[in-house]
Ligand binder design. Sequence first.
Ligand code: HAM
Length: 420
Amino acid sequence: MSKQFSLPRGTSDILPSEATQWQEIEAKARRILSTYNFAEIRTPIFEQTSLFKRSLGQTSDVVNKQLLELVSHDQEEGFALRPEGTAPVARSYIENSMDRQGGISKLFYIGAMFRGERPQKGRLRQFHQIGVEVIGANTATPYLDAEVIALNVALLRTLGVQDFRLKINTLGSPRDKEHFSQALRKALGPNVGALCEDCRDRFGRNVFRILDCKNSDCRAVVARIHPGHGHLSDESQKYYAQLKDILQSLKVEFEEAPTLVRGLDYYTHTVFEITQSSLGSQDALSAGGRYNDLVAQLGGPQVDAVGFACGIERILLALPDENKPQADPLMVYVIALDEKIFPKAFSILQKLRASGISSDMSYKVSSMKSQMRAADKTGSRYVVILGEEEDKKGVVALKDMATGEQREVKEDKLITILQG
Ligand code: HAM
């Protein structure tokens, strides 16, 4: 049969053999997030295109090159699949007047994001994030930045990721950012010719992005200009110094990365990224930062905010095999030795399930050998065998697949024994 349809490039099927890992990661994430008092929010997977243009920045790569827009019959409104979760959460925060509920909104989401990128290892067009956003008035405290960073580190550790590096930096206030961009243009100006094509374009559109370009020529230019923190106001410097002190007191190890700027426009002050070298060129497991002006920019109240998002596919790539969650094996496989006994075996199967014991059978009476092979494939811990002999005696044969030991047990004791 010829193949007619195939998976869209940059997407993947999460097959039954992998789904357990996903469920386990999501369950562990939910547990740790609820310990930190975060509540789940689920926003639509598509939003008005203008929401992303306004928040992520017209010049960001995500908006400029990667938005997957939907063809809509409604001419007035353009929609796009969400490339990230922060802007949709900010939109929902405003629309649901969450600021009026008082206090801080600590929100998390787990879901699919979409970016029309060139697919490669760790870079997909549909990928999944676990993200958190802390939003509220007067919450611009380095304690919250530190808490969010510490949560990100704890989350990755809980999931079993090892050997990752946390890099932090500050961009300062919007005014500091403006000074920084002017200073960068001045310093980079004489070297524009030495930059890669993308960065020559970024020089006019989004000069910050030149700092974290991976091209070796661009890196050499950036190393020569030594971007530092000269653009920061005293207040911003103090905020950053406090953050570092708190992280140290929490024993969260970090490296300072003055060239870390992040690709989305909404960040001010703290930015951070967690990387793992085994991932190759797409080495960011997680990233985030502070965005105090985004909600107001989108027409909401002036509230402060900080958050991060980790990529689940990249977490899975980074997990050592021994830390990858395994599916619970099936408990029982039921074998009927002949057609006459099948209805009885089928009814035992239903009783096992009604008692919460995971179980299955082959539904077709074939040889004992082939049914045992089928049982083996499911990895079931026990096999329950029922033939005419056993039926007459009111027993079943219970075989422990790990030890190979087989014994007769009274049919009406089977469930109690398995539950014991
Ligand atoms: P981001 O750096 O664009 O930030 O994405 C966060 C994480 O999502 C990355 O570190 C990576 O693990 C994963 N990721 C991004 N793009 C892809 C892709 N094409 N394929 C696979 N994984 C990918 C944000 O999205 C911000 N909204 C984070 C944030 C939340 N900042 C504040 N709050």
